[in-house]
Design a protein around this ligand. Structure first.
Ligand code: CMP
Length: 144
């Protein structure tokens, strides 16, 4: 089915100048960019986004990291976009991600891992609502 996924290029991707590289991979794959913005994640936004992790022992570190600098939020659309993006990202821990994946090619960390992608179509809709107003998510034809 046609799906949307919310992607965040995390502060390490911005600091390492890897945003273009990662966006190029998404575009080359054939995913359609339908929303994009740069923003500073606040503690409040982090808690909303990561509500399932707020009580976890690693949350304070995750909060510190995700609020440490600007991120790029993107909505992509495509057939089974959620699982397609997750495949392109690789496993959470860069040490375990396969070569050819974004985390596998560019990182060694479990936490500072460049990119977030929604883990299901329902999570995607929830997360898109956190980062974007409805009118910021565009609808346009692209035949190729
Ligand atoms: P992501 O999958 O985008 O969303 C949850 C994030 O929490 C995950 O990326 C990692 O950055 C971080 N994370 C998950 N598990 C751990 C862990 N055990 N220790 C530290 N950070 C973690």
């Amino acid at each position: 089915a046609l799906e949307k996924s919310l992607i965040l290029l995390k502060p390490d991707a911005v600091q390492r100048r890897l945003c273009g590289e990662i966006i190029t991979r998404l575009e080359n794959k054939g995913l359609k960019l339908i929303a994009m913005k740069m923003l500073q994640v606040t503690k409040e936004l982090a808690a909303q986004h990561y509500e399932e992790h707020v009580e976890k022992p690693f949350y304070p570190m995750l909060e510190e990291f995700i609020t440490s600098g600007p991120v790029v939020a993107i909505v992509v659309e495509g057939p089974e976009a959620v699982s397609v993006v997750r495949g392109m990202m690789g496993k959470t821990n860069g040490r375990e991600s396969a070569p050819g994946t974004i985390r596998g090619d560019f990182g060694l960390s479990r936490q500072v891992n460049l990119i977030h992608g929604s883990d299901g179509p329902e999570a995607a809709l929830r997360e898109i609502g956190i980062y974007f107003q409805a009118e910021e998510v565009l609808s346009y034809k692209s035949s190729l």
